[in-house]
Every structure is written in structure tokens, then in C-alpha cells.
Write a protein that binds this ligand. Structure first.
Ligand SMILES: *Cc1c(COP(=O)(O)O)cnc(C)c1O
Length: 494
């Protein structure tokens, strides 16, 4: 299997090369030249395995230049005791035909761990395979959860350094302290004035600066990304869709072979794109429901066919979805257009110059066969948290609440009652202020103090890594402008 750039299919690489590079040099994203197919009986086989073995089997179908033994060793390590649930990605049934796929049992309590516990292992192995002798400087812009998960994944990994930029006022108190108190000798963290798109644009600019890359090269470093555009992040995410299906079948929610729906709280389109990859492999998925918060650029896109980022940006209580440019959508455009790199280039040029592009109606029709969409504002988010807690004693975070609400709206408007999993992307304790308020608690004070109050009010156990945050002091206090980011990287590498 080869991986191509979405903007130039003539560029073809092995998976190790694609993972090492992160982003193609023409600005495109790496995509597989075909989707491997689940064989007859393979889902039953996977059902009898634990999560690390499921992960090795599913990823192995894409990663042909990695041996089965190698992948098994990696998944054993990535999905081990740092998760506080032996199922790693447990499916929790909420009612007759609804479940929550809990992706937040890892060390940073958000779904990013599912990929970022794995990526450092894939990346360092890929560097060896490709003969890369320079060291990797991981550069990441984060809307909150990626940063911490990447820091935790790469901390003290030999041959790497990691620098994380987060928007100063775009992350929760808990998220900020999680990052600024990060331990490890090879880590750096800086706030950026502005929102997530500012931070992400700053990082993209550094990546595309040839002179800067040469300068680093002279010092024995190259830049790599831990953002969800890296193939090494996308593939581990495919696993939990397959795994969830096996678990839903085992629990009797669906008969093996019958379809399910997934409703995914979406920002950069990485999580839901992995669901699409699983579906392309033959996983019985009817609809992938794309849920947005008040930043409803994807809802509008799926409804109208025009992607238009020219709109107000809202800072919401589900900040990991506060995104106006969903990078991974580029892969979707590539696959839906049958691999038309010229079409993808044209869309991305439109996005760069005018902030928008329009997709022809026939492609949109194909997209709507697979994807449904919906959005949910702040009030709806709070209401949903309160309602699910009251009705089921189940506490969900703000992002999960958006998806849950969108699933309910989807069911009400379509009548499609296919068994569904709401993809639950964060522990409610990462967003305690908003969650506490939603269930009727008083939410004055800073996020970290609120952890205890949420626990008293809800009776739900505090995840260990968040309990340990109390009393931690920030190690990193720097805040820079978008223009100063490159200099910050330069002095971090030294
Ligand atoms: C990153 C994140 C999302 C959005 O995922 P994408 O892959 O960017 O679509 C949703 N919820 C939480 C809690 C996240 O951390």
C-alpha cells in the first residue's frame, strides 16, 4: 500500500515515509491508495481479542511496512495500564439503542490519547525505517486536548522534542494547567494571543518556511506534526470504531453484520474521518453524524455544499470544537472525488484566497449518503448534560453533550432509530465549570477547584490524572503573538 498527497497523487510514499513527513511538501495530506477490506468472519475474530490485539490487527492492514510483532509490541505499550479501564475504549450502554463510546480513559482524559499514545511509537519507528538520522521537533497547535495528549505521548521520547502552542483564552482552566504543568526534559509550552485558528495558522506558517527548515536541518533537526493531519494519528482512531462495533454486537445491541450509526462531536474532522475509514473497510456503519457546536461551519457545508469560513468565531463551552477550518475534510474531498487531486487543489486554493469553496452537487449527494449533520448551541449543550444525568445518572462532558443532542435531533427528524454510539471524547472533569453549572451546581472559582465540587455534586469518581492536578504549579508561563511563534521555536530548540 502506498500513500499519496491529496494535492498530487504522483507523490507516493510508504506508510513510514508518510508518518515521518506528517504533511506532504505540497501542503497536501497523506491518504491511502485503497482501503483494505475486513474479511468475512474478521469482525467475529476481532471480537474475541483485547484492545491491543484489535489495534494491531486493524492498523496492520494499513501499515504494511511494519511487522505484526512490531505492531503488537507497540499497541501493548500504547494501550496499557496508563488507561484506567481495561477495555481501553469501553462502550457504555445508556438505553435500548444508544451507547456512549468512552474514549477518555487515557492519561490525559480525552480521546486524543487514543492516537497520541501510539503516534510516538509509530513515528520513532518510522524514522528508523526511513533512515532519518536527524531528531524530530514536534510542533503542535492545540485547541486544548491535543496539546496535553501530545506532550504526554512524547515526553522524554529519545530523539524528539515537543513544543505546544495553545490559544490564550481558548482552553479551559483544567486544560491550561494540564499543559503548563507538564513534566519532561524535552517539552515546551507557550500560549498564543488569539484563537485556535491563529495558533494553527502560525504553526502552518512555520512548517512552510523553507529557510527556517534549512536552518533547523543544519542543526540536525526536522519539524514534524502531532496534529490530526498526521497519518499516524488517523489510523489508531480507526481502531475504536471497529472495536466499538464488536462490543455493541457482543452486548446484543446489534446483530453482527447489521449497521450502526455513530454520532461524533467534530472539530478538525479527524475523529469522524477515522469512522469513514472504518466504514470504507466494510464496517457496517449506516450514517456518520457530524455534530458541531455554535461554530457550525461543517453543518452548513454538509447542508449547502459551500464551505465558508468567513463567519464569526465563537468561544464556547466545548472549546475543542471551536474550529473554523477543519483540516481533515481535505482527505474526505479527495476520497469522495475518486482521488481527484486537481479538484482538491482548487478547493484548498479557494479556501486560502477567499476562505471558501463549493463542492458540486453530485459529490455532495454522495457525501450525504454517508454523513448526516447537526449543531447544538450553548443552552442545548447544558440542557443535554442535565437531562442525561437526571435520566440515567450518567455524567457527560460538553463535547459529548453536543453529539448526544445532535443524535437526538437526527433521530427526531429522520425517524432513523438504528442503534447508535455517541462518541464520548472527554471526561466531564476536564470541563468541570460548565458541567457543574449544567447540573445545577455553583461554578464560581477556577476550574481546578471545581473538580472537587463536581465530584461532591455528581458522585462520579475523579479520574486520577485530574485529581493529581490540584496543587500543581505551572512550569510554563510564556505567551507570544502569532508573529513571535517562530522565534519561540528557535530558542526552544536552542
Ligand atoms: C479534539 C476533540 C474533538 C474534535 O475532534 P476532531 O478530530 O478535531 O474532529 C472533540 N472533542 C474533544 C474533547 C476533543 O478533544
Amino acid at each position: 500500500m502506498r500513500f499519496h498527497s491529496t494535492r498530487d497523487v504522483k507523490l507516493a510514499y510508504t506508510s513510514a515515509q508518510a508518518i515521518t513527513q506528517g504533511l506532504s511538501k505540497d501542503g497536501g495530506l497523506f491518504v491511502p491508495d485503497a482501503f483494505p477490506k475486513l474479511a468475512a468472519g474478521q469482525l467475529e475474530e476481532l471480537s474475541s481479542m483485547d484492545y491491543p490485539h484489535r489495534a494491531a490487527a486493524v492498523m496492520g492492514m494499513f501499515l504494511e511496512d511494519f511487522s505484526a510483532g512490531e505492531l503488537a509490541a507497540f499497541t501493548e505499550k500504547a494501550y496499557g495500564s496508563q488507561f484506567d479501564d481495561p477495555s481501553i475504549a469501553p462502550v457504555r450502554r445508556i438505553d435500548e439503542n444508544t451507547a456512549a463510546l468512552e474514549l477518555w480513559h487515557g492519561p490525559t482524559c480525552a480521546f486524543k490519547d487514543m492516537a497520541l499514545q501510539m503516534l510516538p511509537l509509530l513515528l520513532t519507528a518510522s524514522m528508523k525505517k526511513t533512515g532519518e538520522t536527524r531528531r524530530a521537533c514536534i510542533l503542535t497547535a492545540t485547541s486544548g486536548d491535543t496539546g496535553k495528549a501530545a506532550l504526554e505521548g512524547f515526553r522524554d521520547v529519545p530523539g524528539t522534542k515537543i513544543m505546544v502552542f495553545y490559544p490564550k483564552d481558548g482552553v479551559s482552566d483544567v486544560q491550561a494547567l494540564q499543559m503548563t504543568s507538564q513534566e519532561g526534559a524535552n517539552v515546551g509550552v507557550s500560549a498564543v494571543y488569539g484563537n485556535f485558528d491563529d495558533a494553527q495558522a502560525g504553526v502552518k506558517k512555520i512548517f512552510s518556511d523553507e529557510a527556517f527548515r534549512e536552518e533547523l536541518d543544519g542543526k540536525g533537526w526536522f519539524l514534524s506534526s502531532a496534529n490530526s493531519i498526521n497519518l499516524g494519528r488517523l489510523l489508531p482512531q480507526v481502531v475504536y470504531y471497529v472495536s466499538a462495533y464488536c462490543d455493541m454486537a457482543a452486548a446484543g445491541m446489534v446483530r453482527m453484520g447489521e449497521p450502526v450509526n455513530f454520532c461524533v462531536p467534530t472539530g478538525n474532522f479527524g475523529n469522524i474521518l477515522a469512522g469513514f475509514y472504518a466504514r470504507q473497510m466494510g464496517l457496517p456503519v449506516k450514517k456518520l453524524i457530524c455534530a458541531s457546536n455554535a461554530n457550525d461551519v461543517l453543518t452548513d457545508f454538509i447542508s449547502t455544499g459551500t464551505y465558508d469560513r468567513n463567519r464569526p468565531f465563537f468561544t464556547t463551552i466545548s472549546p475543542s470544537m471551536d474550529i473554523l477550518v477543519s483540516s481533515n475534510l481535505e482527505r474526505m474531498l479527495f476520497h469522495l472525488s475518486g482521488g481527484d487531486d486537481g479538484f482538491v487543489r482548487k478547493c484548498m486554493e479557494g479556501l486560502a484566497s477567499e476562505g471558501k469553496y463549493t463542492v458540486p452537487e453530485d459529490l455532495m449527494a454522495a457525501l450525504r449518503e454517508i454523513f448526516a449533520c447537526g449543531c447544538c448551541g450553548e443552552e442545548g449543550t447544558r440542557e443535554q448534560i442535565s437531562r442525561i444525568f437526571t435520566a440515567h445518572g450518567y455524567l457527560i462532558d460538553t463535547h459529548t453533550a453536543v453529539a448526544y443532542r445532535v443524535l437526538e435531533d437526527y433521530r427526531a427528524s429522520t425517524g432513523d432509530m438504528t442503534p447508535a454510539a455517541v462518541v464520548s471524547t472527554a471526561s466531564p472533569y476536564k470541563f468541570c465549570g460548565a458541567v457543574l453549572e449544567a447540573i445545577g451546581g455553583a461554578a464560581e472559582g477556577s476550574g481546578v477547584e471545581l473538580i472537587d465540587r463536581l465530584s461532591e455534586k455528581s458522585g462520579v469518581r475523579i479520574p486520577e490524572p485530574l485529581a493529581a492536578l490540584k496543587g500543581k504549579q505551572p512550569r510554563f508561563t510564556q505567551c507570544v503573538s502569532k508573529q513571535e511563534m517562530q522565534e519561540a521555536v528557535r530558542s526552544f530548540i536552542g
